[in-house]
Design a protein around this ligand. Structure first.
Ligand SMILES: Cc1ncc(COP(=O)(O)O)c(C=O)c1O
Length: 354
């Protein structure tokens, strides 16, 4: 942490990039990702211009938003010179898949401890975890997960290895926010090349990436509204997002107040719960696929797109708006939930969950 100094706003993009450049980082993700205009989707909805920021195309193991944050997190990890990364996450975690892919790039072994039972049909992210060569353990709950991580770390150490438990790395939230400050700068440049500026940015949010986009807008004095759409009711997103934004400002050495009233987050598109597809989300997945050939996922991005589509249909977004939809990845879940797309919804989907 640097010492925070009062900051005159707005900052220039170059000044923000220079601050981020002081944070240790590796080069893992493909950047810049494309910004594509979804003309057919806009026409179909009779709505605003919609641009899709293709962060599903960040390059490693089917891509996604976590590869950008792993550049910062794993830079911090590598200072300990580990040979093995141990991480505890959910059974069908996008983050787990991208972590294994990134660790493979760095020549590190990955041990995944996933919360849940091994399904009979291995699909989606879990299938890719196996393909990537992770050592995989299953844990009944968070306590069991922690115990397995600690046990494997001790065993690796006893065998002469150098384990690092990634859950203990403090960077997760701030790394995501830093990554999405930078993504916003990319988007603004890409739109400026078309002589445009965004009026709204939509993204599936658990608070981390959204904090970055909110901060970018605030630091630059840009006039867009950041609309996070949550896929989980686990958190109070406004306070969580504002808290992550404050930590990130602290890491950048900036003294700028952020309060939770500045955070716009829609929690009405979760459906019946985290990890369970919703009708509106599934319709959004089909619509993006059928109008643009862009594959979303039914757990995160489909639900965020459902929010955007609803806001067009209900007149919250008008024809003059310029909307950016950040595609955060998660696409392997379409295979987990295969029967949603074949019309055989009465048959159980392979693997379940997110
Ligand atoms: C596909 C996808 N979108 C969005 C999110 C939420 O991103 P954040 O944690 O940066 O809010 C996740 C988190 O796991 C995700 O996997």
């Amino acid at each position: 942490m640097t010492e925070a100094r009062p900051s005159g706003l707005p900052l220039t993009p170059a000044a923000i990039r220079a601050l981020i450049a002081k944070v240790p980082r590796l080069d893992i993700a493909i950047k810049n990702t494309p910004l594509e205009e979804a003309r057919n989707l806009s026409r179909h909805l009779g709505g605003p211009r919609i641009f899709v920021k293709r962060d599903d195309l960040t390059g490693v193991a089917f891509g996604g938003n976590k590869l950008r944050n792993l550049e910062f997190r794993l830079a911090c990890t590598m200072q300990e010179e580990p040979d093995t990364v141990i991480v505890g996450l959910d059974l069908q975690s996008n983050s787990a898949r991208q972590t294994v892919g990134a660790c493979n790039r760095l020549g590190l072994k990955t041990i995944l401890v996933l919360e849940g039972a091994r399904p009979n049909a291995v699909q989606g992210n879990l299938l890719v975890d196996y393909l990537l060569g992770a050592e995989i353990h299953f844990a009944a709950d968070r306590d069991a997960q922690r115990a397995i991580m600690d046990r494997r770390a001790a065993e690796v150490r006893a065998a002469g290895g150098r384990p690092h438990i990634l859950n203990d790395n403090p960077m997760f939230d701030v790394a995501s926010a830093l990554a999405y400050i930078e993504t916003t700068l990319e988007v603004l440049d890409q739109l400026a090349e078309r002589a445009l500026a965004p009026s709204h940015v939509y993204m599936s949010s658990s608070g981390k990436g959204q904090a970055g986009i909110l901060l970018a807008g605030k630091l630059l004095g840009a006039g867009f509204a950041m609309h996070g759409v949550t896929a989980t009711d686990e958190f109070h997103l406004p306070s969580r997002t504002a808290g992550i934004a404050r930590q990130t400002l602290d890491a950048l050495g900036l003294d700028v107040p952020v309060c939770e009233d500045e955070v716009i987050n829609f929690d009405g598109y979760v459906g019946s719960g985290y990890g369970v597809p919703s009708e509106a989300g599934n319709e959004a997945v089909r619509l993006f696929a059928r109008t643009e050939g862009i594959i979303l996922d039914p757990i995160y991005t489909g639900k965020a797109a459902a929010g955007l589509i609803d806001h067009v249909r209900t007149g919250r977004l008008g024809r003059d708006d310029v909307v950016v939809f950040v595609h955060t990845g998660g696409t392997p879940a379409v295979f987990t939930w295969n029967t949603l797309w074949t019309g055989e919804e009465d048959r159980p989907a392979a693997g379940g969950q997110s």
